[in-house]
Design a protein around this ligand. Structure first.
Ligand code: PLP
Ligand code: COI
Length: 340
């Protein structure tokens, strides 16, 4: 199959429309079959639930070309399940999980010419989402919904690729106890925009959010979970009910334990201990694993021993192993790669 003429190695993380997208509609209490369409525009009521009260949830995953030329999607069943949790929390109808995976596979197949070739460093980002489309003016859930999946070829999320990042401790909170921090709802990202623009204006790549109840514990960034490595090589990740349960993080913790034989801990991580870690990284579908070299808290710098030039050694091993699994060079655990 002929690939599109795209400069794959120089892609950033930006929207490039592809040929087909999937659309299904929920009306009178049920979903229709859905279909692929070429139309990338959406026409809706000025009073649609999504426009007035931000009733929208989404997912993010990637398709890759493996070394032996297959197209694979990384663990879409887990995205389907998290999508269902997100929809439930925002009083939206469930989109059946098997249909979710089917729609994702069909959309990737229909845009096969945009799946970046093996070795390019790029991937096809997949964005499923669902939103209230019928008019809502009193505060209540919409009655009709649309589910869509589009794809877009992407390169690294952070410019500079794998250069260690400098992040700052945010004065803003991301999620409240018993709030929506654990789901993937547009509203969580809308309220993070001021914080990220502020961080960028001050010269930082990202924010480290603390728990809003006590502001003593590390939570996550605007778009990724944290991994830390202790000086004796244990991989530590924050446990919290107000962060997004990252599929990349869960996969990396498995890789650390079962492929690399490392000790792993998912637990409360106090900001006061951050200075004692040897390595720090951000993990997520978009971020993959992006190393952090420095954390700044109101002018006070914490510099990790791994420095500002390259990833720390454990982070590098985690990165190489996960990449190897995604590229089909290292055997994947059962069910991790969905072949398109
Ligand atoms: N945390 C937030 C707030 C995110 O938006 C994302 C991205 O999806 C992640 C963490 C990483 O999750 P995943 O690894 O499932 O992509
Ligand atoms: C992802 O990693 O898929 C996300 O949704 C994060 C987003 C900030 C791009």
């Amino acid at each position: 199959m002929e690939k599109k003429n795209i400069d794959w190695s120089n892609l950033g993380f930006a929207y490039v429309p592809t040929d087909k997208r999937f659309v299904a509609n929920f009306k009178n209490g049920s979903w229709d079959e859905g279909a692929l369409t070429e139309d990338s525009n959406i026409v809706m009521s000025e009073c649609a639930g999504v426009l007035q009260y931000a009733q929208t949830v989404f997912e993010g995953m990637k398709a890759y070309t493996t070394e032996d030329g297959r197209t694979v999607i990384f663990r879409p069943d887990l995205n389907a399940s998290r999508f269902a949790d997100s929809a439930k929390r925002l009083e939206m109808p469930a989109f059946p999980e098997d249909k979710f995976v089917e729609a994702v596979v069909d959309t990737v197949k229909a845009n096969a010419a945009y799946v970046p070739p093996y070795g390019s460093g790029a991937s096809l980002y997949i964005r499923p989402y669902m939103f209230g489309i019928s008019p809502v003016i009193g505060v209540k859930p919409a009655e009709e919904y649309q589910f869509r999946v589009f794809t877009t070829p992407v390169g690294p999320y952070f410019k500079g690729g794998v250069k260690p990042l400098t992040i700052c401790v945010s004065d803003f909170d991301r999620a409240a106890p018993h709030g929506t921090g654990h789901i993937k709802a547009g509203l969580n990202y809308a309220m993070s925009l001021h914080a990220i623009v502020t961080a960028h204006a001050n010269g930082f790549d990202e924010n480290m959010y603390l728990d809003s109840a006590t502001r003593t514990k590390v939570e996550e960034t605007g778009g990724a979970n944290f991994l830390f490595v202790t000086k004796d090589g244990t991989v530590v990740t924050p446990h919290s009910s107000t962060i997004l349960p990252s599929i990349t993080r869960r996969s990396l913790m498995y890789v650390a334990e079962h492929y690399l034989g490392l000790k792993v801990e998912e637990r409360d991580v106090y900001f006061d201990e951050v200075k004692d870690f040897a390595e720090c990284g951000l993990c997520g579908t978009a971020a993959v694993i992006s190393p952090v070299g420095k954390v700044v808290n109101h002018g006070e710098e914490i510099c990790f021993p791994s420095g500002m030039e390259k990833m720390g050694p454990v982070t590098q091993k985690l990165y190489d192993t996960l990449r190897g699994i995604q590229m089909g060079q290292i055997e994947a655990p059962e069910g991790w790669l969905k072949v398109v």
